[in-house]
Design a protein around this ligand. Sequence first.
Ligand SMILES: C[S@@+](CC[C@H](N)C(=O)[O-])C[C@H]1O[C@@H](n2cnc3c(N)ncnc32)[C@H](O)[C@@H]1O
Length: 233
Amino acid sequence: MPDSLEHGPVTDTLNRLFREAEEADRNLMAQFTDGESSELQIEKAVAEHIAAETRDLLGFYHGYADNFLNVTQEYGRFLYQCARMRGAKRIVEFGTSMGISTIYLAAALRDNGGGHLTGTELEPAKAARARANLQAAGLAGLVDIREGDARDTLADMDGAVDLVLLDGAFSLYLPVLQLIEPHLTSGAAVLAENAFDHGNAYLTYVRDPANGYRSQALAINEGRGNEFSVRTH
Ligand SMILES: C[S@@+](CC[C@H](N)C(=O)[O-])C[C@H]1O[C@@H](n2cnc3c(N)ncnc32)[C@H](O)[C@@H]1O
């Protein structure tokens, strides 16, 4: 039986979305890839990003309403593999954007025999586009995208969670994880994108085994602050 990434509506939709993302984010990405970035420059850019989103979360991300800010194909395939390996039945995603990472994860749920993904997105226009993209990929029945600030929309979570993707506002990974934490199954995978290593409270927390995680940086997409943690409690 072929997996959902091999061909069909999932592959067709992802191919279209990666083309659209390339076009929409080209100028934005050029700012990050122009020239060599030193450790110090990255630290400064991350600090500025965090200061700006802390000042005005809605306004800051509304400024990126037309940008995908998506995971790469390589990282998306890794998400799919993690969810398959874990036999995930329930997934929570912080930061859905147009739904690229969501499609990889929901495809894994379907290939695991079924399940449910709770997505979260601050920007209503993006949540609407993500829903349409999941429909096009034939995965809409597995996903519910909660619109608004994840700190509110995930406040009434219930049920067990096998995998979490943190890919929203950089400064909110720890509070969002702590909302989901009581629901994590032992052995649950927690993947964080953009968890940059500069006095990061999230990294300090998940890298301390006393908090019930084993955690390390991933070599995939190095430089993008990819952290991989497993719930040990
Ligand atoms: C890096 S993008 C997510 C990319 C997506 N995971 C993908 O691969 O296509 C981050 C998204 O998180 C959303 N976001 C930021 N803060 C949020 C919050 N507090 N609650 C929900 N969504 C948030 C932003 O609007 C933005 O669309």
